[in-house]
Design a protein around this ligand. Sequence first.
Ligand code: DAH
Length: 341
Amino acid sequence: MIDKIASIKEEVNGYQADTPAKVEEFRLKYLSKKGALSALMDAFRTVPSDQKRELGQKLNELKTFVTERYNYLKENASLSGSFDSASIDLTRSATSFPVGSRHPISIVKNDILRIFADMGFTIAEGPEIEDDWHVFSSLNFPADHPARDMQDTFFISRNPIDILLRTHTSSVQTRTMEKNQPPIRIVCPGRVYRNEAISARAHCFFHQIEGLYIDKNVSFADLRQVLLNFAQQMFGAETKIRLRPSYFPFTEPSAEMDISCDICGGKGCAFCKETGWVEILGCGMVDPNVLKSCGIDPEIYSGYAFGLGIERITNLKYKVKDLRMFSENDVRFLAEFESAR
Ligand code: DAH
């Protein structure tokens, strides 16, 4: 019997079973009721009692050994079996998981920032909750300017100083100039708030990018060239720009920039109101009063600034007609931008 136990152990040790069917054969041969172990147990009953102790121990050891080998073979066969089994179609395409897409405002914001980064601008940011100084006073707004009105601005508190939601990203100009001396060359993306009734064409919050360049000998020609380069990279090499005189408290002289209409190519259409031009940003040479309020000497330095609305550029690029779509998060709208990036 001792020999039988040893030979079964050796057999089991070298037993190979790489498919579930072969593992089942193993089980039938050794572990089933009609298997080798059962037969040994039957024989054990007739063993003289002085040998029972030793043989019993050996039999138990064998049982554990065979069971462990069985479990090992079963596990391996189920791993490899799933790959070579004929019942599985390896050419089937993998399950696809729905993935999100970038928001159109983020796509366009990143495009704009990349264009300016290539021209040496770095990114600066500031808080959305601001005080009067950074949004208005430092930027040369007179005390009675209508932008300070409750009709335009969301005030959070008015005592002891006005705390409000910033109405433009120009506030980041002041924040940056207060802390840094020129040369300064920044673009400042961010959300801004205005007390407007929500409609297809106006919203109580939207997004802007402010640009600022302060150094020695900065001229209006530098501003024009940077903006032309931006317009052509954003809307195509054929794009033309036009600067119209305008007014902003923080720039002098000030201008508004139009680009040739991206939709009709300048011929005139409903989008450009038959003019062939669409306005995309405000700009100008930084007013010496603004430099002074931020501790920069206007006798030594000059600079330009510009500010654009990201929604406006996005409307032009993707022809979104209703501003509310940007904040409703309707997945049918958002999914349209899956291929955009
Ligand atoms: N802050 C202006 C606005 O919100 C945009 C703007 C115009 C920014 C002219 C500028 C600028 O820096 O020079 O409408």
